[in-house]
Design a protein. Sequence first.
Length: 133
Amino acid sequence: MEGMFGMAAVWAERTSRRTLNHLHSQLGAAGLVAAVATAPGLAAVVDQHAAAVRDILAAGVEGSAAVAGVVLLAGYARGLLDHAREAGWRLTVPQGPESGPMDWLTVRLLAVCTLANSMDDPQYRQGFELELR
């Protein structure tokens, strides 16, 4: 039985990584460049959102210590996107200052992309695991 659960965890992590990679390819790279080009202070706002998401995943999700961080992050992103689609929101990739200010959800998704990029860094993992305990 243990092997079966191990395979499920591997599958969940791979699926989650695909979700996060897709989000990053749609928004992450271009959005982060636009964020810095639009206003240097916006990069700090994205960092604040990333810290808030990290706190939500570490303290606000029951049983989060038993789930891989990438799975939690992808689930959070899917939840944001599902709720936004139901409300009629459409993803618009910022193209620079001419795009105007970014909405809350776009900034939050950029924060998710930032966290996803840093998840494989051993220092990030160590910090996240410490927060979960």
